[in-house]
Design a protein around this ligand. Sequence first.
Ligand SMILES: [Mn+2]
Length: 357
Amino acid sequence: MVLAAPHEIRVVGTIYDYLIESNKITIIFHWDSDGIASASILKGLLAKRNIVLDFIVPRIGYYDITAIDLDRVKTFKPDLIVVLDYALKPGDLEILEQSTGVPVLLVDHHVNVLPAKPLYYNPVAMGAPQVMYPSTTWVLRELLRLSLDLKILLGIAGDRGVKAKETPVWSQIEEYLDKTKWNWREIVELAELVDSMYRSGNIEGIKHSIDKLLYYNNNLEKALADEEWRRTRRLVEEELDKYSNIEPIRVIDDKILVFKVESAYYIASAITRQLALKHQDKIVVVAFKHLKGGPCHVYARSWKYDLIQVITSLSLRGYNIGGKNEVAAITVECSRLEQALEDMIAAIRGTGYRLLE
Ligand SMILES: [Mn+2]
């Protein structure tokens, strides 16, 4: 059972009214499956009301105001900006609103600290447990009182993958899967197909996927057979395969394996996961250089050692770092990649190699 958030009733009317009373809306959405599915849900609701929509994909890999093409917003002259599944900091939301002079409606589920504004709808930032909102599509479902469909599930599959089974909303999903005779693995596969658009850096493909999801509607079988998605996922997998057997450039304390990877694909996280699976008794550290203007990263991942202290100590040093016990990810200017790698190694050694619980 989903608990109704106390603010739910008040906000539903506001957001829906704001949407349908607009003539032109700019929709800024996260480039992944959840963001694309969320954008598709809104397009399905709004396009038939003759509301003109313009979709903007932020610069992939970046999460601040510089990632957004503000000139494009200003040229389009919307009367509303909708931000979907993209966790801008409050200061950046402020800039977005001030510099364009257009109100911003936000729908998201990322951990964030936001001022209470009637058009900011992020239940997690309002104190709801994160597990209750596994995707932005799930937030939209609640806001707009939608019944379950493939797009809503796709958002969850993209963000949670097979781990969706651990969220409290899983019983509702399971019931729906029973009815449709779908398998959760198929929904996760669809998310892989859709995510291959951003992993290959295909901006037009990301936007086009909004329409594809509308076209396929609830036909999972046809969606899974989409030629462009399948072809692109194959390319991404071929790129990943290139790095499945690479050798470390350094071994430290017989515990840390350091790898260097350069790619034009957005696959730093996937490469690190792949290498960590292969070296489960070590800590895998990957210095990732993006070759086409994307961000550089230093990723660390382990199945054996706890990295949570690494995140604390490097964020205190001013690094843009996120993660959890088994993974730490720095995003850094490519010119500072070497330094970030050295600091990551030092921070890991500084933890004394505590084992994961
Ligand atoms: Mn999401």
